[in-house]
Every structure is written in structure tokens, then in C-alpha cells.
Design a protein. Structure first.
Length: 364
């Protein structure tokens, strides 16, 4: 009987030990779940990051706020590039404002909001958008976007190429066509944007398009403008070949270039500075896109303007927006440093306002 009683006590003791261990395990699990490191839910904290981005915008864009209230995911994965986009564009606008305040660059960064500028700005009243045209940076595609938004065509694919630049048929009014009060109202209230590109690469593109390839429907570049530049700026007048890039650079870098510009008329817009075309220090633009980052900038502009659900920017061919340093250096390799420096002096405002570096071949 005594042996049976001892075994009974031992079993009770063993059961008590198991009960204590079990309770300890339950308590341990409870503590772990209660104080678990929140980093384990990093993916769920993405909206907090986006909210923080929006708050930064409110601080740094005090003049005109055209930005969307929040940049939230819309079903698709929200890429790191899209999260960074608002900061990138705010930095561009901040740089622009700082350079505009630089007294030393005032002559290169400021211009009058004249009829010439207003002629460059296209209007979409239906969606309250203004687009300033800067040739040789993919503007044809943006004009197609606005043509569709204005209702002249239902899709970009339906627009005939000969209609895009025919301003009597494409349904794109210029800002200059409105009264002074209507112009001021649109400049104050509408979403405004334009696109820039490395200034020297843009000049190369203009030279190749207008004087080398020379479309058949633009004969005046080869038969009127080129001979005018050659007569005034070619060193060796006995040469009979067509306009060379060296002649073009010498013309553009001449402080007295306006003497010829007046004769050439509006055809010169393909190599006029961004400052002269769009008056970025006088007009408070909402976004400034860069040709080199157009794959990211185009969808951002559509979203910021509130039209991304209505139209898409046309597909960009691979590599077409990449800055070609080798090409730029090749075109300028046979040109004197004096002529290049004079050219840079004219376009310095464009380089500084939009964050483009001075070319390496000028620093050597």
C-alpha cells in the first residue's frame, strides 16, 4: 500500500511539472506575439512612405500646388521609381527657382512673356493643361496626347502625321489666341509643363534633322537658311559643300546672331534656348520633364495632370532617350574651343536652370 501511495505522488508531481512547462510555453508565445519587431511588416508600411512624400511637397511647393493629394498604389506594384518621382520633380523646380534668383545669370535666365512665348504654349481647356513646345525633345508625341484630350481624334493612332503640326486642323489652340485676362487666368490656374534635353545634344538633333536629312516639306532650311549661315560664318568661302556643323556652331555662338534670326523668322525655334521659348523664370511651371528620363517622366506627368486614365504617352523606342556622350564629343571634336565656349555662353542658362553639366571637353 505504501509503495502504491508513493507512485501516486510521483505521478502527481510529474503531471504538475508538465503543467508548469506547458504554461511557460504558452506565456512565452504570448510575449513573442505581443512584442514582435514591426519591421516584419515592412511591406504594409508603404502607404506611410507615400504620405511622407506628400508632406514634403506641401513644404517645398508653396506657390502653386498642382500635385495630386496622394500617390497611392492602384492595383499594380508601386515601383521605387514612382515613389521617388515627386522628389525628383520638386528638386528640379527648386533648382530652377534658385538659378532664377542668381543675379549673375539674369540675362541668360529671364525673358519677357511675349507673343513669341505665348505662341509656343498649347492649350487644353477641357483638362486645364498648358504645354510649352520645345522642339527636338519629343514634342510631337505630347502634341498628339493633347490633340486626343481636346477631342479632335479619339486615339493617338488615328492622328495623321501631317495633321499634328497643322494648327488649323489639329484642334490645339495657342495661348496667344486668348485675351490678356484669359491668358492670365490660364497661367495662374492650369497645370503647366514642358520637356528639356541636354542643350548640346538638342542642337545636334536640330542640325541633323533640318540640314542633313531635311524633310521634303521643309525646303527653306537647305535652300534659304543654310546659304545665309554659310555666307556669314564659313571661314573658307571657296568650299561648295552644304552647311557643316562648324558653320552652325559659329552662327549660334555669335552674340549678334539675332541679325540673321530676324530674317529666318520662326524657323529658328528648333535651336532657340528653352529660356526664350518658355520663360521658365516668369511662368510657374508645375513639372519640367527631361528627355533623358522620359520613360519615368511621361507617366508621372500624365498622373500629376490627372489624365493618366484617359490617355497614354506613345511607346518610346528602346535607347532613343539615352544621352549619347560619344556622339556629342564626335560632333564637337573638330570645332575650336573658342567657338564652343561662345556657344556655351549663349546656352549657359539652359545648362544651369535644368541641371545639365558643362561638357567635359570644355573643362579640359
Amino acid at each position: 500500500w505504501l509503495m502504491s501511495d508513493n507512485m501516486h505522488h510521483q505521478w502527481l508531481l510529474l503531471a504538475a511539472c508538465f503543467w508548469v512547462i506547458f504554461m511557460f510555453m504558452v506565456a512565452s508565445k504570448f510575449i513573442t506575439l505581443t512584442f514582435k519587431d514591426p519591421d516584419g511588416y515592412g511591406a504594409k508600411q508603404e502607404p506611410l512612405i507615400l504620405t511622407a512624400v506628400t508632406k514634403v511637397e506641401e513644404v517645398h511647393v508653396p506657390e502653386e500646388k498642382h500635385w495630386p493629394e496622394e500617390f497611392q498604389p492602384t492595383g499594380k506594384a508601386f515601383s521605387g521609381n514612382l515613389i521617388r518621382q515627386p522628389l525628383v520633380h520638386m528638386e528640379r523646380l527648386e533648382l530652377l527657382r534658385n538659378v532664377c534668383r542668381d543675379a549673375a545669370l539674369r540675362n541668360l535666365s529671364h525673358t519677357e512673356v511675349s507673343k513669341f512665348v505665348l505662341d509656343r504654349i498649347f492649350v487644353c481647356d477641357k483638362h486645364k493643361i498648358l504645354f510649352c513646345q520645345t522642339p527636338k525633345v519629343g514634342n510631337t508625341q505630347w502634341k498628339k496626347v493633347l490633340i486626343v484630350l481636346n477631342g479632335a481624334f479619339s486615339s493617338i493612332e488615328e492622328i495623321p502625321e501631317n495633321i499634328v503640326h497643322d494648327h488649323e486642323k489639329n484642334g490645339l489652340p495657342r495661348l496667344s489666341s486668348f485675351s490678356d485676362s484669359e491668358i492670365k487666368k490660364r497661367l495662374n490656374l492650369y497645370f503647366k509643363f514642358f520637356i528639356v534635353r541636354d542643350p548640346f545634344e538638342r542642337l545636334i538633333s536640330a542640325f541633323k534633322d533640318k540640314f542633313v536629312h531635311n524633310p521634303r516639306f521643309e525646303p527653306w532650311y537647305r535652300h534659304e537658311i543654310a546659304p545665309g549661315i554659310i555666307r556669314k560664318y564659313r571661314k573658307h568661302r571657296t568650299e561648295t559643300k552644304g552647311l557643316q556643323f562648324e558653320d552652325f556652331v559659329r552662327y549660334l555662338g555669335d552674340p549678334n546672331h539675332r541679325w540673321l534670326d530676324v530674317q529666318f523668322g520662326d524657323h529658328i525655334i528648333h535651336w532657340v534656348t528653352y529660356v526664350e521659348l518658355c520663360a521658365p523664370c516668369e511662368i510657374a511651371y508645375s513639372v519640367i520633364g527631361h528627355h533623358e528620363t522620359l520613360e519615368d517622366d511621361a507617366p508621372y506627368i500624365l498622373k500629376a495632370a490627372g489624365i493618366d486614365h484617359l490617355v497614354s504617352y506613345p511607346t518610346i523606342p528602346p535607347g532613343i532617350t539615352v544621352y549619347n556622350k560619344t556622339k556629342v564629343e564626335r560632333y564637337f571634336s573638330g570645332i575650336s574651343k573658342r567657338d564652343i565656349r561662345r556657344l556655351y555662353a549663349r546656352f549657359e542658362g539652359d545648362f544651369k536652370l535644368f541641371g545639365y553639366r558643362e561638357p567635359d571637353f570644355l573643362l579640359n
